[in-house]
Structures are given as structure tokens and as C-alpha cells.
Design a protein around this ligand. Structure first.
Ligand SMILES: Nc1nc2c(ncn2[C@@H]2O[C@H](COP(=O)(O)OP(=O)(O)OP(=O)(O)O)[C@@H](O)[C@H]2O)c(=O)[nH]1
Ligand SMILES: [Mg+2]
Length: 442
């Protein structure tokens, strides 16, 4: 797995429920996972997530079991072993590679005597510290609240039972515990609906921008892919933009759109949030509007870091495909872009060509493959273009300007009845020009 060790993210630490507490002593995490036999996953990615969150990994334990233990995630025997390991490594935190049920989390904490955080809480925390725009912050807070609401339910359920059992019916049944639960939940739900309202408001302005772009009918291309694959760097290399780049996970959260000019035609290229294995569903839901950019694209460039080995590459591409499917971005044509070619040796290069014959190998650093990538984008759209012959009356001058913008170079000739134009248009756009059509071409 390609992992660079330089560049440390800012330090943050956690309370048991995944809330970040800046300024506290640095956290030393022990990493745990329960994996079935034959699962070759390792904890490198969890290490990288923790590094991005500013937490040190000081040891790891992988238990082989078909399913995680329902009460304690790892089995009771291993739990004892882990407790001794924690003391030896002087760990003050346990980080689990899966999302834990509230019960598992509570039991683990009770047994181990240190805070336990799960993969979802870590990812949410990273998102929270990388969110800059109003929309990004609101989306992350919404995801965190949804996550906490589920924990709250679990956390309080034993108190509820306690309250109900203590006094059977009548006045006083609603003990302080239960009242508190309901208050907390109501507050959380109120906050969630408040956030959703604010988000609708914030997103309205972005959809105005999108509507303007769509009116221009420029073909749109979205960069999608695993986090840290090199999407933002590629956007910069292709368009001369200066989108933020960083060797840390989830550097980009907010979409950036730039114009890519190729073959006399403009394309809109959008870079957006990266994906990861086991991407928390709360984030997928909360980031619905951001992911919309990918869903609405006419074409998707699936960017993958080609400097990793084939198994890892397949796993990352599969994780991305799963999310694309989950957000209904299945329909647009997809092109696999193997990034960071400068990090790939001759042997692996041959293997990549062999295993991914349709993909394009590029390096944003050396510029290798970028011309071919642009050609492939042009080809993809050219295939979907339809040649039309139009007669635009002189009093519809606006139409001509619009056509220019959509179709780039036009073949045009002034005739007594108007401007005679031959243009290659996307089918959807061609339909809008039907009344000017002289004869459709194939
Ligand atoms: N050697 C090499 N490194 C690259 C290349 N492209 C990107 N990188 C590095 O890979 C890291 C991640 O690049 P980004 O462009 O931020 O990746 P991203 O896919 O936008 O990542 P997120 O926004 O975090 O999801 C940075 O350290 C880049 O400098 C490349 O072509 N060659
Ligand atoms: Mg990025």
C-alpha cells in the first residue's frame, strides 16, 4: 500500500463518543479488527486514517473470526490478551476498523478501561476538521448527529429498562434517566431538522449556479475515486486550476468545477469528495447534495492510484464502484484513470496494461498520458454527438451564440433566410433545436 509518512496532520483527540477535544494530550491508539480467515485486509488504512486525524498507532491486534462478537466485537479470550497488550504499549485509546454497535463499544470500554472509537467516528472526525465551507460544515455536523443519535439510543437503553423496572407504572415511572434520554433525543432531532433546513437554504444557491451551467449545456465530467488517489492534482494538471492537494485522506470535501478546453469545445470538470472502503452511510446521506455533482455528470473519470499492487487497486476500485452505485451514478459512461504513473515500475506497467486495457495511465506530475486522457474524453462525447443542419433566422441571434458555446467551432454560412449552420450536438441539445432543423444527420 502506498503510504507516505511525511506531513503530520494536526493533533486532535477524542472522547468516547468520538467528539474531538483539541489541546488534550496526544492519543496513542491500539488498532483492532475482527476478520474472517482468508481476508487479506490489513490495518494500514486505519493507521493512515488515524495519522490524518493526528493520532499515533502504537500496536494492532487482528482476530480471525467469521463474524465479530455481538457483545464485545472480539472474543472474550482475545479481550484479555488485548488488555495486557494495551498496558504494554502504553495505549490510551482503542481504534476499531469497523463500525461498532453501541453495545459493543460500551462493553469494550468497560472491559478495557480506555476510550474506544470506531472507524466511522474517525472518518467523521476527519471530515469535521477538513470542512471549510458552510455547506461542508453543515453536512458533516448532520452526519455526526445522526451517528450520535444512534449511539444515544444504545447508550440510554439500559437506563430506560432500569427506569421502567424500578417503579411499575403510575406517577414517578418516568425517572430522571428516562426524562433525560427523551430530552437529549428531542434536542438532537430538533438540531437535525434545523440543520436540514439550513442545508436546503445553502444548497439553493449552489443549484442556481448549477442551473446556469446546465443552461449553457456544457458537457460535464466528474472526477471520482478513492481518497488520496490524485483527483485534485489531476484537475489542476488538466485545467491549470489550483485546487487544494494534500497527502492526507479526505483533503477535498467541497466540489470544485473548472473549464477544460479541448478540441475547440469546453467541458466542465468537477473534482469532489473522495470515497473509502466502508464509507459511513451517514456521510453518504448527509453529502447528498455534494454527491449530486457526480450523479449528474455526463461522464465519470474514475481515478485510482496505480502505485499500489493489483489486489489493493481492485479493492479500491470496487469500493468506489459500490458508492457510485449507492448514489445512483451508474448511468454515465466511466473511464478508469490509473494515476501516479511516475510511481509505477516497468513490470507493473505491463501488468496494468494487460489487466486494464481500457484504462488510461497518467501522471499529473510528469504530464504523461494527459493528452491521451483528453482525447478519450473528446471521443466519448463525440460518440454521443449528432450532426445537425440548422437554419437560424437572423432575429434569433442569441441561438447562434448559444450554439457556439455548446458546439465550439461551427460550420456557418449566411443565406437570405438566415444563418445556415452545421453543428455536432449532444442528442438532448439537438432535440431543442428541432424547429430550426433542415435535415437530421445520422
Ligand atoms: N508521484 C505522484 N504523486 C501524485 C500524483 N498525483 C497526486 N499525487 C500526490 O498524491 C497525494 C494526493 O493527491 P490529491 O490530488 O490531493 O488526491 P485526491 O484524490 O484529491 O485526495 P482527497 O481529496 O483527499 O480525496 C498528494 O500528495 C499528491 O501530491 C502523481 O501523478 N504522481
Ligand atoms: Mg482532493
Amino acid at each position: 500500500m502506498q503510504r507516505s509518512r511525511h506531513g503530520r496532520a494536526k493533533t486532535s483527540s477524542y472522547t468516547a463518543d468520538g467528539q474531538r477535544q483539541p489541546g488534550r494530550a496526544r492519543q496513542r491508539a491500539y488498532l483492532i479488527a475482527a476478520l474472517p480467515d482468508g481476508d487479506h485486509d490489513d490495518l494500514a488504512e486505519l493507521h493512515e486514517l488515524l495519522r490524518t486525524a493526528g493520532v499515533a498507532g502504537v500496536g494492532e491486534l487482528i482476530q480471525r473470526r467469521q463474524h465479530p462478537h455481538p457483545n464485545t466485537y472480539i472474543g472474550p479470550g482475545k479481550l484479555e490478551e488485548l488488555k495486557a497488550d494495551l498496558a504494554r504499549a502504553d495505549a490510551n485509546l482503542v481504534a476499531c476498523d469497523d463500525e461498532l454497535s453501541p453495545r459493543q463499544e460500551r462493553n469494550l470500554e468497560a472491559a478495557l478501561g480506555v476510550p474506544v472509537i470506531d472507524r466511522t467516528a474517525i472518518i467523521l472526525d476527519i471530515f469535521a476538521s477538513h470542512a471549510h465551507t458552510a455547506e461542508g460544515k453543515l453536512q458533516v455536523e448532520l452526519a455526526q448527529l445522526e451517528y450520535n443519535l444512534a449511539r444515544m439510543r444504545g447508550l440510554w437503553s439500559h437506563l430506560e429498562r432500569l427506569g421502567a423496572g424500578r417503579i411499575d407504572g403510575g406517577i414517578g415511572t418516568r425517572g430522571p434517566g428516562e426524562t433525560q434520554i427523551e430530552t437529549d433525543r428531542r434536542l438532537a432531532r430538533d438540531r437535525i431538522s434545523g440543520l436540514k433546513r439550513k442545508l436546503v437554504h445553502v444548497q439553493a444557491s449552489r443549484s442556481v449556479m448549477r442551473a446556469q451551467r446546465e443552461r449553457a449545456h456544457l458537457p460535464s465530467v466528474a472526477l471520482a475515486g478513492y481518497t488520496n488517489a490524485g483527483k485534485s492534482t489531476l484537475l489542476n494538471a488538466l485545467t491549470g486550476a489550483s485546487a487544494g492537494v494534500g497527502d492526507r485522506l479526505f483533503h477535498t470535501l467541497d466540489p470544485t468545477t473548472r473549464v477544460l478546453r479541448a478540441g475547440g469545445r469546453d467541458y466542465l470538470l468537477t473534482d469532489t469528495v473522495g470515497f473509502i472502503r466502508k464509507l459511513p452511510h451517514q456521510l453518504v446521506e448527509a453529502f447528498g447534495a455534494t454527491l449530486e455533482e457526480t450523479r449528474r455528470a455526463d461522464m465519470i473519470l474514475h481515478v485510482v492510484d496505480a502505485s499500489v499492487d493489483e489486489d489493493e487497486l481492485l479493492e479500491m476500485t470496487r469500493a468506489v464502484e459500490d458508492v457510485l452505485h449507492e448514489i445512483d451514478a451508474d448511468e454515465a459512461p466511466r473511464l478508469l484513470v490509473l494515476a501516479k504513473a511516475d510511481q509505477v515500475g516497468a513490470e507493473r506497467r505491463a501488468e496494468l496494461e494487460n489487466r486494464h486495457p481500457d484504462a488510461v495511465l497518467v501522471s499529473s506530475l510528469t504530464g504523461e498520458g494527459l493528452t491521451e486522457l483528453i482525447e478519450r474524453i473528446e471521443d466519448e462525447f463525440a460518440r454521443a454527438l449528432q450532426e445537425v443542419e440548422l437554419l437560424i433566422p437572423f432575429d434569433e441571434g442569441g441561438r447562434l451564440a448559444e450554439l457556439h458555446e455548446i458546439a465550439g467551432d461551427l460550420e456557418r454560412k449566411e443565406t437570405p433566410g438566415g444563418v445556415h449552420v452545421v453543428a455536432r450536438l449532444p442528442a438532448s441539445v439537438a432535440a431543442r433545436y428541432e424547429r430550426f432543423m433542415l435535415q437530421p444527420h445520422g
